[in-house]
Write a protein that binds this ligand. Structure first.
Ligand code: ZN
Length: 73
């Protein structure tokens, strides 16, 4: 997978197909990291970015994970 990371204005552009039919939302992960989530309507690629840097989905999942508290018995 070779991604050409071209900073593209503020428009949400799909990192996969370069399409602009994207939905972009900003949110804050459980650990306080502000991220932007972009979902492409063309190829269904979902991209997470933090400050312009693309994040691994795995990374996001870890950051978004709620600290599961084993049933305090
Ligand atoms: Zn796409």
């Amino acid at each position: 997978m070779s991604l050409v990371t071209t900073p593209t204005r503020q428009l949400a552009v799909c990192a996969s197909c370069s399409g602009t039919r994207c939905t972009s939302i900003s949110m804050t992960l459980t650990d306080g990291t502000p991220v932007a989530f972009t979902s492409c309507h063309t190829c269904e690629q979902r991209t997470w970015t933090q400050g312009g840097h693309q994040l691994d989905v795995a990374t996001v999942l870890i950051k978004a994970q709620k600290h599961k508290v084993a049933k305090a018995a």
